[in-house]
Design a protein around this ligand. Sequence first.
Ligand code: UFG
Length: 331
Amino acid sequence: MKVLICGGAGYIGSHIVREFTSLSGYEIVIVDNLSKGHVESIPKGVTFEEADICDKKSIEAVFEKHKPGAVMHFCASIEVGESVIDPLKYYENNVTGTIYLLQTMQKYKVKYFIFSSTAAIFGNPETTPIADDAKSVPINPYGDSKLTVEKILGWCENAFDIRYVCLRYFNACGAHESGEIGEDHNPETHLIPLILQVALGRRPQIKIYGNDYDTRDGTCIRDYIHVTDLAHAHIKALEYLVKENKSQKFNLGSGEGYSVKEVIEAARKVTGHPIPAVVEGRRPGDPAVLIAGSKRAEEILGWTRKYKNVEDIVASAWKYHQAYPHGYAPK
Ligand code: UFG
């Protein structure tokens, strides 16, 4: 099967590409506009098309040329804080871009779609761990843009012949075990890479956004999931779609969470660096606790996690950061 990986040069997409290259039976085509992705992450021999999903003509040309059997969609704006400040950017990139992709799938009769959704669709959940069928009440435009796409997918399934899987990631983190690819955003806003930049001497300290949340140490708690474990879930989701021909939504979490302070402490152990920290005010749009159950993914997909503790996750990220202390290609 030919699989189009939209956003395949980005952080999560590039790890999925690595997993596919170790499997037989799939041909991969990466589509990326390189606004956030890194051409350096693309393995030799993998087909790459530089195209923007918001540019319908160029995306149609890719479908015309490659005739994919399935689409995985990772192109999105992903920063919670930024989405509060610039909501329209989030609806344009995340909703409009996906609509163009779905219209193109409809035109070229592509049936299978795997959508990169998020824990942010749940807002401040009523109970944790968040169940797969928990109520979705996003508290920031980012989460709402992803929930909007989940709803659109339901209607599209009804109207034309697509089957989809939505994978709601909790906090994707870590890096490929080789240390050859990892997390490199510009600007960086994610906790683990920022902490590791302190250990590398690129920042004097890590800012803790709020220590007055109703949590065990006052800092936000998140469910950190290793990107390679996420990658495995995507392959299983595609196998499921093809075999069962049914749409489904899965939470991909670990059932436990770590506070900002606990993650900093884990990084101190892994790097041996003191990592100075300073408490700042809360970041708008941040829920206090996000922890998922992944019961449905375990039961239906047979998904299991290899990385079970935060120190191992941070250690894998540290390997990449040491190899690329300024990211793939400092600009
Ligand atoms: N944080 C700090 N200091 C920093 C950066 C982050 O204290 O310098 C805190 C945040 O306030 C938050 C936690 O660390 O409490 C994690 O923040 P990240 O920015 O690393 O990640 P988010 O939880 O905001 O969001 C990430 C993805 C989203 C996804 C969400 C799902 O970026 O796309 O996980 O849980 F929706």
